[in-house]
Write a protein that binds this ligand. Sequence first.
Ligand code: SF4
Ligand code: SF4
Length: 309
Amino acid sequence: MKAHALSLGFDSVGVCAATEPPHYAAYERWIRAGGHSTMEYLARHLPQKRRPDELLPGAKSVIAVTLGYNRPNPRIPGRPRIARYALGRDYHKVMRGKLRKLGRWLDELHPESRSRACVDSAPILERDFAQLAGLGWYGKNTMLIDSKRGSWFFIGLLLTTAELEIDQPATGGCGTCMRCVEACPTGAIAFRDDRWQVIADQCISYLTIEHRGEIDASLQPKIGEWTFGCDVCQEVCPFNQPRESQPMRGRVTAVPDFITSREWPDLQALAQIEPDRWDRLTAGSAVRRAPLGQLRRNAAINLRNSSQS
Ligand code: SF4
Ligand code: SF4
């Protein structure tokens, strides 16, 4: 199975049992404490998040896969700055297509089995299962980190009713490193409830992608040049820096869909973009998650920040 998954282009693959994810209780506490801020969708479908067999009745195993998306993302004055994961084609489509191929192959191999692909849109704690399946451990920035590859990757899961051989959970840790905590422009990475967390309503990714309406005036200057998302806590992470002994860290993706580029208008134009141009510009892109007014708002903040720097 693993060899076939890798032949489909995944960078890593592992298997774990379809049990309650280890951080479910902490996740529920976080929701009850309002940690998800305005992201109401995160508070839905808690039973499915607790039990994967609510998503696929009879689920026995979870196949976790990763797909790297890293690519150079130089700063260009006057241009929007977009997080690397959103520069290419919408990852949901790319990942789902590959996972479904894997599912069809698996269902042929185990004719009595059924499978379900989950890519960010199904209510399931992806990172927990990927950690259980051996693909990475949690960094202080809450990203899953593969000691050999770093953290520039998407996670996909395939639930299956087939009982597969399971892998050992990934182990590792940040040690005394505090680079992301210190580099975060808004101080959003904090130790709370006995673990490192990203405080959603202080995080630039949340503010530029999920937060509707005005952004608190005290946070706007800290958003700096980021128009959609923020990569600072990954850019500074030592596990993402190439090293002779770790050649896969920081490697540029081989997935053609993630390398494609679209011509983004400059910030002046983006701050006034019209609906039809926004529609054409964001078609097939993860940037479409930010509605028109929000992208305009972000570009206007970037312009103000650049004029003040
Ligand atoms: S994405 Fe940016 S703002 Fe959010 S935690 Fe990381 S560095 Fe901080
Ligand atoms: S920058 Fe350092 S503390 Fe942050 S996730 Fe990477 S290793 Fe961990």
